[in-house]
Design a protein around this ligand. Structure first.
Ligand code: ATP
Length: 448
């Protein structure tokens, strides 16, 4: 990942995903979609507009209450989220709970230090907290007045609620069922930071799961989805001990929620929210019914009843998940596993790895590059992301691939010419296997 607008000095906590990063993030989204949309008969997908009629945000409560308390220092005019300042203060009043490599000598991150020390010296002199709406405003058309004001969506969820009727009328779904969506959301965060953990433009992957309207049903599906959500992270390689489930206490709950739990990950800057599951009750559909004047009810044929369903919402940040998978997969050798001390291996699940197979001719002659290129063409036509490398020693070429998480490397040598075989080297075990070229595609596709 690169800082966005880097040649112009960067741009406030925005990042661009490069060739490998964009592929990693895309693989993650594809696996999510395969598992939760394509892989289930109770969930359908959608892709809604980022800019909707502003009435959507009035109905959802975002215009009125999607705010964070903001404090501004009267001396340096820096602004911070009040709850973030409180958190930083509590870290110095209690023994710092972060190891030194995570936040410097005193256990504070650079952002937290900025919250406690004023640039003009001493402590900040904060004015009273003001509520600050996090939605980005824009204007539609040529005039810039209140009638042309619109907003970039702060969550993908509302796109699914306002299409509830369209989906029920066009896709023959029956309760319980869900709508899934992956897309960008925008929040004018007061204190973004920690790399891609908190940015102003980010992606979410969410499901709105509609169930019969009772707290018992809602609770049952809430428990179910919390387990499926955590499983997604562990099945794709995140170590269980690095994940925690934390229930929100009453004061933290969003205006719509009858219960929310976050899945937190042990990021290098501390345990922080990666994903969550919320019981949104019937709040959103009821609000849209009131504000649009159009009934948002479901006719339950099996029970001959008409009702507004309850909603359970599993949500995750795609950028935060990408970051967590990266951090969790990062492994520096201690020198006892056959690698040199300090050598980096990115132990990504093969399904997430941006490059799946690298192909190396041992030498740039004897027809080895030609065999390598034929193998690459075959793998590419089977949809496998490959990389060709003919420079440097084979050991160096392996190391370059280990660093970016490529699970398999193929080497073409003299036996490839005589016996039509190649070696396949496994990133994690470093073991090499000789395989017939004619069997290579099937063998790799199975491993991947
Ligand atoms: P936080 O408490 O960290 O501000 P939130 O509880 O407001 O997050 P939600 O509204 O539940 O977040 O959004 C769903 C998911 O979207 C979060 O679990 C998180 O992974 C992701 N997310 C939210 N805000 C950001 C952001 N500014 N940058 C990156 N990802 C974000």
């Amino acid at each position: 990942m690169y800082p966005a607008s880097e040649i112009y000095g960067g741009f406030a906590n925005a990042f661009d995903y490069g060739p490998l990063g964009s592929q990693l993030k895309l693989n993650l989204k594809n696996e999510w979609w395969k598992r939760f949309v394509v892989g289930r008969d109770d969930i359908v997908g959608m892709d809604s507009a980022i800019i909707q009629n502003p009435k959507v945000w009035e109905a959802s409560g975002h215009l009125g209450s999607f705010t964070d308390p903001l404090v501004e220092c009267k001396k340096c005019h820096k602004r911070f989220r009040e709850d973030h300042v409180e958190e930083a203060k509590s870290l110095i009043s209690t023994p710092p709970n972060l190891p030194s490599e995570r936040g410097g000598k005193d256990g504070l991150t650079p952002e937290q230090k900025e919250m406690l020390v004023c640039a003009s010296g001493g402590e900040h002199d904060f004015a009273e907290a003001k509520n600050f709406n996090l939605m980005f405003k824009t204007f539609i058309g040529v005039t810039e007045d209140s009638t042309s004001t619109a907003y970039l969506r702060p969550e993908t969820a509302q796109g699914m609620f306002i299409n509830f009727l369209n989906v029920t009328q066009s896709s023959r779904v029956k309760i319980p069922f869900g709508i899934g969506q992956i897309g960008k959301a925008f929040r004018n965060e007061i204190t973004p930071g920690n790399f891609t953990f908190r940015t102003r433009e980010f992606e979410q992957a969410e499901i709105e799961y509609f169930v019969e309207p009772s707290l018992d049903e809602s609770k049952k599906w809430f428990t179910y989805w919390l387990a499926r959500w955590k499983e997604f992270f562990t099945d794709f390689g995140i170590k269980d001990e690095n994940l925690t489930i934390r229930a929100h206490d009453k004061s933290e709950l969003s205006h719509y929620s009858a219960g929310t739990s976050d899945i937190e990950y042990d990021f290098p800057f501390g345990m922080s929210e990666l994903a969550g599951v919320a019981q949104r009750t019937k709040f959103d559909l009821e609000q849209h019914e009131k504000h649009s004047g159009i009934e948002q009810k479901y006719f339950d044929e099996a029970n001959n009843k008409k009702y507004i369903p309850y909603v359970v919402e599993p949500t995750m940040g795609v950028d935060r998940a990408t970051l967590a998978f990266l951090v969790d997969a990062y492994d520096e050798s201690d020198g006892t596993d056959g690698r040199e001390k300090g050598e980096v291996t990115l132990r990504l699940d093969p399904r997430l790895a941006p490059i799946k197979v690298a192909v190396f001719p041992l030498m740039k002659k004897e027809g080895m590059p030609e065999i390598a290129k034929e193998i690459i063409a075959d793998l590419r036509s089977a949809g496998v992301a490959t990389f060709y490398d003919e420079s440097g020693s084979i050991g160096r070429r392996y190391r370059r691939q280990d660093e970016i998480g490529t699970p398999f490397c193929i080497t073409i040598d003299f036996d490839s010419i005589k016996e039509k075989t190649v070696t396949v080297r496994d990133r994690d075990t470093m073991k090499q296997e000789r395989i017939k070229i004619s069997k290579l595609n099937d063998c790799l596709l199975e491993k991947l």
